[in-house]
Design a binder for this molecule. Structure first.
Ligand code: AHG
Ligand code: MN
Ligand code: MN
Length: 338
């Protein structure tokens, strides 16, 4: 097989981007390379999940009382390991850890960035061969270089993200990441074991035809949300509906589809859980950043996700995210007077 050498690998692309900034230190490129390496290792395990004794619960629950799958732990250790051993990350926050982890060694204390991540998103789908993912969010530290990083470095509003991205372990494995300059997607080329630029400069279509929501919770949602969902099922001149409903239960897979094809993803608050289920720091914020850079929008129903001031690592938020025009329409249901 002849490999097309005109296609940039992830490393080549990030280095090319870096060369445009004469003062860049290369730390962000190195961080993204570390994340890419952990993703490749996780990918290998995800792909053989049905073959080895890696399926099923690890027999413990995480800080949020959810079943922890063996692969959640494996993925957490891989991402934490590459970030700890790399030269760019001063500390991490993870869905699978009770608290932030400050690396506190000489190299890490001089590193510019902190990273928050969901090591395996949609992990309830592992046992049934459905796409799952990893989500990450990168901030520049606000604490002094040369000292251990602090809580304040992690608790910055999403608007301050330097980069954010996700990996989808699907029919092919992809890494998509955004900086303020654009969103780019890389598909893992198994023949060379490298992520290669397959989706340059991704833009989310302003109009879409998909809506993604857990319909089982319909009667738990507020009236405006229920009315919007009902509207998605009707044919109107303005919206071009009815829209197609697609919800697989892995946010990475659902939002990836809507980013590429156009659509809206919702995890609204319910009567029991007004802030819904998704976590602000490592699920909502990174996707809000990616979608906004790609031309879409993200809100909690009242406020732009990226402007929320976080107060704790595992904070939850309602989330509505997707194509710009669909989001504008949704907002007329959520804030009828606006
Ligand atoms: P995680 O596996 O990291 O806990 O996240 C699962 C999330 C998200 O991926 C998905 O959109 C959502 O849970 C599905 O929740 P419901 O089953 O309540 O719809
Ligand atoms: Mn998740
Ligand atoms: Mn997870």
């Amino acid at each position: 097989m002849i490999i097309n050498r005109n296609i940039l690998t992830l490393d080549e692309f990030t280095i090319q981007q870096m060369r445009q900034f004469p003062n860049a230190t290369g730390e962000l490129s190195s961080l993204l390379r570390d994340i890419g390496l952990a993703a490749k290792r996780v990918n290998v395990e995800v792909n053989k999940a049905g073959l080895v004794d890696i399926l099923g619960d690890a027999g413990s629950v995480n800080v949020q009382g959810e079943d922890v799958k063996k692969l959640d732990i494996y993925a957490n250790n891989q991402f934490m390991g590459v970030l700890k051993h790399g030269i760019s990350c001063a500390g991490i926050g993870s869905e699978e850890m009770d608290d932030f982890v400050v690396f506190d060694d000489e190299v890490s204390n001089n590193s510019k960035y902190v990273v928050l991540f969901d090591p395996l998103d949609g992990s309830g789908n592992i046992d049934v061969n459905v796409s799952i993912g990893t989500i990450f969010s990168i901030y520049k530290r606000v604490s002094t270089l040369g000292t251990p990083c602090t809580k304040e470095d992690f608790l910055q509003p999403g608007i301050k993200q330097v980069a954010a991205g996700y990996v989808i372990y699907g029919s092919s494995t992809m890494m998509v990441y955004a900086t303020r300059r654009g969103v780019n997607g890389f598909t893992l080329d198994p023949s060379i074991g490298e992520f290669s630029l397959s989706h340059p400069n991704i833009k989310c279509p302003p109009d879409g035809k998909f809506y993604s929501v857990n319909h089982g919770n319909f009667f738990q949602y507020k009236e405006g949300v229920r009315e919007y969902i009902n509207g998605c099922q009707k044919k109107t001149k303005e919206t071009g509906g009815p829209y197609t409903q697609r919800y697989i239960g892995s946010m990475v897979a659902d939002v990836h589809r809507n980013l590429i094809k156009g659509g809206i993803f919702m995890y609204p608050g319910t009567l029991d859980k007004p802030k819904g289920k998704l976590r602000l720091l490592y699920e909502a914020n990174p996707f809000a950043f990616i979608l906004e850079v790609a031309g879409g929008k993200a809100t909690n129903g009242e406020q732009r996700i990226l402007e929320i001031q976080p107060t704790k690592l595992h904070e939850r938020t309602a989330l509505f995210i997707g194509s710009k025009n669909m989001m504008d329409e949704l907002e007329t249901f959520l804030n009828p007077s606006a």
